[in-house]
Structure formats: structure tokens, C-alpha cells
Design a protein. Structure first.
Length: 289
């Protein structure tokens, strides 16, 4: 019997943009458009080309402060199902940083209007043009732009949304998944910028064993905030249960590298039992946790 990992409950308190109605929970959005194309990124404008399963990104126009030049390769990755895994070329700064640039490990979720995920820089004392937890978003500029949430919400509305999240978390802990989902959807309706709420909806579907719906909502949380680590872990659990070990290890690695999970929690989680005999799983535990 699958337990409810603590990470699910923590994840229940935040959300990605653009879903307002409770009925949208059961409706999967159109599939991703594929990674090829032109994107805005912290590095500048990047053109991605796909050859078979290989993806290469080159700079079209470097961002201000970027030491790389037009035509430089900044992404090398392979495509698997709905994600890319590989390396991203970043410049480094910071007092005590002994390097000027690095190729950082990266996992990116392919969505219709963006690629979002996280990268991991191993050089101590160095900063890269990434989010505080390694978050990285590439936004497609040759297609439909993503929905933009309001820059500011009234304090009362934000407090109301947080209260709804707390109510949803309470229902989730009691095992009332339908009531929890209603609260999370209501929180999204009030404030569409809370990744925990989208993740919470995903948890309610996961606990009803609707794994595909759960994945869709976990992906929405990353679209809002690629630094929201619980979603990486939750996606790894679902992919492991589906027998998609490569994808599970891909998302589990980024969760582990960026500190979203502990060795003890991972090794005791029954959702990840299918990975225990995999050499890559054992290497991940030893090297990163």
C-alpha cells in the first residue's frame, strides 16, 4: 500500500499559472510542441535544434553581461519522452569562485511554451545565472507566449489563497482527497501564482491512482516555479510506479542534487522500490546524498 510521503504534504502549499475552474482538473492540456525553436533565457536568446534524440542549443543573441558570443553552444541534451537531460553552459561569478564558466547538469521539462527545470553547478562558492535552487526557464519566443500572472495581488486575496491551501493540506492529511482538491483549485482561482496548490491537486489525483493527471499537475507547478523541488520528487515517484525508470532517475537526480530529498527518505519510499536494483540509483545515493 502506497503511503503519503511527507514531500506530498509539503508540496500541497504552492501553484503554476492559469487554471481557474475545478472542471479543468480532469482535462489534460494539449501536448508539448517539441523542443526545437527559439527561446528567451538567462543566457540570452537561444536556438534549439533537434537531430534524432540529440538537442543542441546555440546563442542567437547573448544576454547583457553574458561573456559568450553569438553561435556558441550553450546546451547539449538528449530527449526522452517529455524532458531533456544533459548539460547547460553557464558563466560563474562570486568571491572565491575559482572558475569562470562551467557545463552544469540540467533537466528540463518540455512544455508548449517553455522549457523549465533545474541545473546543478558543482563549483563551490560560485554563482550562475540560475534561480536560487538552480531553477532555469527557457521561454519560447516563436510561438504562443505563456500566460502571465498579475504582478501584484491584494494582500487579502493572497491571505485567502494561503488559508485555502492550509485547508486543502488538512483535508489531504485526513484522506479526503476530493475535498482537498476543491480547496487547492479554489486557491488557484484566487491566486494563480502558488505552485504548491497545483502540486496539491496533483497529489489528490496521485492518491486516487490517476497517475497521468497527477503528472500533468506536477508539471504545472514547475511551469510556475522551476525551483519548486517537491514536484521533481513527486514526478520521479510516479514514473517509477509506471516502470519508466530512466525518467524516474532523471527527476530523482535533480531532486537529490538540489537538496529536495534525503537519502533516508528516498530509500524508504515504497514508490521508488522499482529503482533499488538500478546501478544509477545506487550511484545517486552514494554520490549525491
Amino acid at each position: 500500500m502506497t503511503r503519503v510521503p511527507l514531500v506530498f504534504i509539503c508540496a500541497v502549499l504552492a501553484a503554476p499559472p492559469g487554471l481557474a475552474a475545478a472542471g479543468a482538473a480532469a482535462t489534460a492540456p494539449p501536448g508539448p510542441a517539441g523542443p526545437a525553436g527559439r527561446y528567451a533565457s538567462p543566457l540570452g536568446t537561444v536556438e534549439l535544434a533537434v537531430d534524432g534524440g540529440a538537442v543542441v542549443g546555440r546563442l542567437v543573441a547573448p544576454a547583457e553581461g553574458c561573456p559568450f558570443t553569438k553561435g556558441d553552444e550553450v546546451l547539449r541534451a538528449t530527449e526522452l519522452d517529455d524532458s531533456l537531460a544533459g548539460k547547460v553552459h553557464v558563466w560563474l561569478s562570486g568571491e572565491g569562485c575559482g572558475a569562470h564558466e562551467a557545463w552544469a547538469s540540467v533537466v528540463l521539462l518540455v512544455q508548449r511554451s517553455s522549457l523549465s527545470g533545474a541545473a546543478h553547478v558543482t563549483q563551490p562558492g560560485c554563482r550562475a545565472p540560475l534561480g536560487p535552487r538552480g531553477g532555469l526557464t527557457l521561454t519560447r519566443v516563436d510561438g504562443r507566449p505563456p500566460p502571465i500572472p498579475a504582478k501584484e495581488l491584494a494582500r487579502a486575496a493572497r491571505e485567502r489563497a494561503r488559508a485555502l491551501l492550509r485547508d486543502g493540506a488538512a483535508w489531504l492529511q485526513e484522506g479526503n482527497f476530493e475535498s482537498a482538491r476543491k480547496q487547492f483549485l479554489a486557491a488557484i482561482d484566487v491566486d494563480a501564482g502558488l505552485p504548491e496548490a497545483y502540486n496539491g491537486v496533483g497529489v489528490t489525483f496521485r492518491m486516487r491512482n490517476d497517475q497521468e493527471a497527477a503528472l500533468e499537475w506536477y508539471k504545472k507547478s514547475l511551469a510556475v516555479n522551476p525551483d519548486f523541488g517537491d514536484a521533481y520528487y513527486n514526478m520521479a515517484c510516479v514514473y517509477a510506479l509506471q516502470g519508466k525508470k530512466d525518467l524516474a532517475l532523471r527527476y530523482l537526480q535533480i531532486a537529490a542534487l538540489n537538496g529536495y530529498a534525503s537519502a533516508e527518505g528516498i530509500d524508504e519510499d515504497p514508490d521508488l522500490a522499482a529503482l533499488h536494483d538500478e546501478p544509477a540509483y545506487q550511484a545517486l545515493l552514494k554520490a549525491h546524498l
